[in-house]
Design a binder for this molecule. Structure first.
Ligand code: ADP
Length: 456
């Protein structure tokens, strides 16, 4: 049984894991970089070990140091959170070979789903619709153009090893393709040390709808409903909600997609928590795009809708326990929405805004949850992700959840730095968003028609 967990992460997710472990009577070990001495996860964990310098490459990405820390502190499991080493099959393998439980899927599944074109192939064989595209990576520019013409423009060029919206470019004709193909390869090489790309039909104005999966090591796989993550900027999510406003109108489609998500996870021989991501067009056609083999930033909306603590489920599954509920037992009784609070200036093209927070006051009250590692006097280091917290609001209906979000955003005070709070407040008041009409094209349109001083 897991007695002590090393948390190979930082920020709000590290704190989230500390909290779940504490409620389960499991001890926690925080690891941290020199820049994170003041971080709440370091202060709240039972023990903490500094693993290196400011840059991720010198600390949170140093598998060797993390495993050494695990051995020194005698932990029996590692929770990778999201980002950093969470989808690194080699790290999961290293943990397995050191007899430390990796709280996540087997390295085999991470590998299978980590290569996006192998992932598509795997789920397609299990009868899950995928976006039309190249069979695997394209090797040369000549081959790539041929494939693009065959698929028909517009197409999207995507990094096989992609993540975080990087290495992804759209082409509308042969001329733009020639340029974007090289840009995508360059970006992919830089971000992932792997320049391989594949090509997909570019679906115009889709919704991004993903399904949360839980699978135990005894062969049971269930889904916990969907999250609509269509509000994105540069392919990065900003707002997530459950249920999806689109699927509220199309419950048959939800059933079909839920079943497809389970088939996809089973095809990956998946264990633990994971997410199957789909794009859905206006006609209700849905296409698998990728699987994330880890906990997601947006997992709280699913927790609030279903009442299931996903981190605790991850720990139980890693312990070899059986899921103690069936698909039919899962109740979807609320609506929840999450706003990502980033230290960025939305009025200045989302320029990073690290620095010291003067006053910090998080909202509360009925239907409000804040997952954040920020506090008054906290200095945000410039080395990592800009997200400083998540505001999750929920209620019996979407209308109530949105009203609570607007109210909570009005209470949320973060002085001394710029944040996305005013932007979220403006979105919560936008008729198009309120009507549930947002697709992945929403943000560009919204920013184009809204005066920037509304967000400053
Ligand atoms: P990453 O792993 O980098 O996050 P994803 O494959 O999950 O990349 O895609 C991220 C976002 O990019 C999607 O939510 C969607 O907005 C956009 N996208 C990806 N593939 C397509 C496509 N074929 N057509 C239209 N948009 C796409």
């Amino acid at each position: 049984m897991i007695q002590k967990v090393l948390i190979a992460n930082r920020g709000e997710i590290a704190l989230r894991i500390v909290r779940a472990c504490r409620e389960m009577g499991i001890k926690t070990l925080a690891v941290y970089s020199e820049a994170d001495v003041q971080s709440l996860h370091v202060q709240l964990a039972d023990e903490a070990i500094c693993i290196g310098g400011n840059k991720s490459a010198d600390s949170y990405l140093r598998a060797d140091r993390i495993i050494s820390a695990a051995e020194i502190a005698d932990v029996d499991a590692i929770h990778p959170g999201y980002g950093f080493l969470s989808e690194n099959a080699k790290f999961a393998e290293q943990c397995e070979s050191c007899n430390i439980k990796f709280i996540g899927p087997k390295s085999k599944s991470i590998k299978m789903m980590g290569d996006k074109s192998v992932a598509k192939d795997t789920v397609r064989k299990a009868g899950v619709p995928t976006v039309p595209g190249s069979d695997g990576p394209v090797e040369t520019e000549a081959e790539a153009v041929k494939v693009a013409r065959k698929i028909g423009y517009p197409v999207i060029i995507k990094a096989v090893a992609g993540g975080g919206g990087r290495g992804m470019r759209i082409a509308h004709n042969d001329v733009s393709f020639a340029k974007e193909y090289h840009v995508a390869r360059g970006e992919a090489e830089k971000a992932f040390s792997n320049g391989a790309v594949y090509i997909e039909k570019y679906i115009e104005k889709p919704r991004h709808i993903e399904f949360q999966i839980l699978a135990d090591s005894h062969g049971k796989t269930v889904h916990l409903g969907e999250r609509d993550c269509s509000v994105q900027r540069r392919h990065q999510k900003l707002i997530e909600e459950s249920p999806s406003p689109f699927l509220l109108q199309h419950s048959d489609l939800r059933k079909k997609m839920g079943k497809a998500a389970i088939r996809a996870a089973e095809a990956a021989e998946y264990e633990n928590a994971g997410t199957i991501e789909f794009l859905v067009d206006a006609k209700g056609n849905y296409y698998f795009i990728e699987m994330n083999t880890r906990i997601q930033v947006e997992h709280p909306v699913t927790e609030e809708v279903t009442g299931i603590d996903l981190i605790k489920q991850q720990l139980r599954i890693a312990n070899g326990e059986k899921l103690d509920f069936d698909q039919g037992d899962i109740k979807f009784e609320k609506h929840a929405i999450e706003c990502r609070i980033n230290a960025e200036d939305p009025a200045r093209n989302f320029a990073p805004s690290p620095g010291t927070i003067g006053l910090y006051y998080a909202p509360g009250g009925l239907g409000v949850r804040v997952d954040s590692h920020a506090y008054s006097g906290y200095t945000i280091p410039p080395y990592y992700d800009s997200m400083i917290g998540k505001l999750i609001c929920f209620g019996p209906t979407r209308k109530v959840a949105l009203e609570r979000a607007y109210r909570a955003l009005s209470e949320y005070l973060v002085r001394g730095i710029k944040t996305t709070i005013p932007l979220h407040r403006a979105i919560m008041a936008d008729p198009l968003f309120i009507e549930g009409k947002a697709t992945t094209a929403y943000m560009e349109d919204f920013l184009g028609r809204t005066a920037a001083d509304l967000f400053s």
